[in-house]
Ligand binder design. Structure first.
Ligand code: GLU
Length: 509
């Protein structure tokens, strides 16, 4: 029987979720859904010093917003619960001890001061930060250098200790990465990582292997930054006797800064003025707030779509994909090895395309929310639907609806009189006064009729319609923006249109 497909996203809850993290979720999710498998969210919170209040809920909220709902998680539970490593603490020690018994790991009793001393003693110009490795472990205080009775007595007296993996000196670890092909590491380059800490908590290295095994993970897809840890993990799978159950690996390419130099960081976003986190994140310690794609005005469909294309394509020129299409077309082998440059202009293009092709109905509630956040209340849903139909092709971000659509519901607080004033004269005043009367008498209040009346009246007044459009727009809208001026008037209705024209004429006296 072939193995059930089970993948996991295993974040450490340390802050806002970087778009690279969401892309890791997405590729896991797409793969699982395509193969009829399960997608698991596991919280890797073994490093208590890095615990950040609210980060776990934030991760779950982000996944929900993106429509990437896990089948099993700390929130929903599941057959392999608990899904929070801090709640699984009791599970790990036995595996670390099993490794000691089989000679693949050892107790280390070095104090922080002794470790510091070691770093000083072995520091050279070529090796400024020496690591605890096969060369150095011989000189340290551990169960490889101490006698069995010394070790026994240190353990029984409760001397603080860690458990370290005993990396082989000269082995080549080779594995097949689904994206990179064959990857090899020399064990001599890798230090003796701590597996179990003095507080009894496992480190990430031990916990990730034990949990991937116990949770029957079939494929481990994670960011490229974890590639250097792969040899440690592969050895642990082997040393624990689980080699036949080891998941297939894929290390996803980095998301690069717009200029292609280095990994995109939150700081790049701050510097260049675009979001890097999925949703707004407020650091609970400093109170510092970081803007997210959601609050910047991205649709989740667009966010997911643009992330999918950061490092993957389906082999054609197609760029717009729905989630269903992504699930159908995704394959991990088509993910590129090379890093993907992040281009914010392109990200916005995806959003504009998604706004264009989304139905009015599906946009309604998010636009209502954006307007209400800007202090604009929508009193009439039918009117909102008409406004969205008229303005959605002009908006790149949902927040653009504040300018493009807000004035339909609330008169602009500022009116760009300076744009009208220089060419305002008695002839124009007479025209607009007559326009008010003409509009008051209109029976069929709709755009083409309003345009016809305006143009005919312009001819009567011997004015060019071209000179009248800008003042009329500013009267209705407040500034030089928005859709067709008669379409605007049609939606505003007779009373409101007339009132707005009247008000501006009065201001121009
Ligand atoms: N806890 C790791 C992280 O924070 C998980 C890496 C992995 O998927 O193995 O990303």
């Amino acid at each position: 029987m072939s193995k059930k497909i089970r993948v996991r996203f295993a974040p450490s809850p340390t802050g806002g979720l970087h778009l690279g993290g969401v892309r890791t979720v997405l590729f896991n999710y797409l793969f699982a859904k395509k193969m009829g498998g399960d997608f698991i969210l596991r919280i890797e919170d073994t490093d208590q010093t890095r615990f950040v209040e609210g980060a776990e809920q934030y991760i779950m909220d982000t996944l929900t917003w993106c429509g990437l709902t896990p089948d099993e998680s700390p929130f929903t539970g599941g057959p392999y619960a608990p899904y929070r490593q801090s709640e699984r603490k009791a599970i790990y020690r036995q595996y670390a001890e099993r490794l000691i018994e089989s000679g693949y790991a050892y107790y280390a009793f070095d104090t922080p001061a002794e470790l510091e001393q070691m770093r000083n003693d072995f520091k050279t110009a070529e090796n400024p930060s020496p690591q605890y490795n096969h060369r150095i472990r011989e000189k340290m205080k551990n169960s490889l250098t101490l006698s069995a009775s010394e070790v026994e007595s240190l353990l029984t007296t409760g001397t603080p200790h860690v458990i370290r993996i005993k990396m082989p000196e000269h082995e080549t670890i080779t594995f097949t990465d689904m994206i990179r092909g064959e990857v090899s590491f020399q064990t001599a380059q890798v230090d003796d990582k701590v597996l179990l800490k003095a507080d009894g908590m496992p480190t990430y290295h031990l916990a990730v292997v034990v949990d991937d095994y116990l949770m029957k993970i079939s494929h481990a897809f994670r960011g490229e930054e974890w590639l250097p840890s792969a040899p440690v993990h592969i050895l642990l799978w082997k040393y624990l006797g689980w080699e036949n159950d080891m998941p297939e690996w894929a290390h996803l390419p980095l998301i690069l800064k717009p200029d292609g130099h280095g990994k995109l960081s939150k700081r790049d976003g701050d510097r260049l003025g675009f979001p890097v986190f999925a949703m707004d994140w407020t650091d609970p310690k400093t109170g510092e707030k970081t803007i997210g794609f959601k609050e910047r005005g991205f649709l989740p469909e667009a966010f997911v779509n643009l992330l999918a294309l950061l490092g993957w394509n389906d082999g054609t020129d197609q760029e717009i994909f729905s989630m269903a299409e992504l699930i159908e077309k995704f394959s991990i082998e088509r993910v590129h090895k090379a890093g993907a440059k992040f281009d914010y202009e392109k990200a916005k293009w995806f959003n504009a395309e998604w706004i264009k092709q989304s139905s009015i109905f599906s946009l309604q509630s998010s636009i209502e929310k954006v307007l209400s956040d800007a202090g604009i209340q929508v009193d009439d849903k039918e009117k909102l639907a008409k406004v969205i139909a008229l303005t959605k092709d002009r908006c790149t971000l949902l927040t653009d609806f504040v300018q493009q659509a807000g004035f339909f519901f609330k008169r602009s607080e500022t009116i760009d009189l300076a744009a009208i004033q220089p060419k305002w004269d008695t002839a124009k005043k007479a025209f607009f006064t007559a326009l008010i009367t003409a509009y008051e008498n209109v029976n069929h209040w709709e755009a083409t009729e309003l345009e016809k009346i305006c143009k005919e009246l312009a001819t009567t007044h011997q004015l060019k319609p071209g000179e009248l459009m800008l003042p009329l727009r500013i009267m209705l809208v407040g500034g030089k923006f928005g859709p067709g001026v008669f379409d605007i008037a049609a939606i505003l209705g007779k009373e409101e249109t007339v009132n707005r024209i009247q008000k501006v004429i009065a201001l121009l006296q």
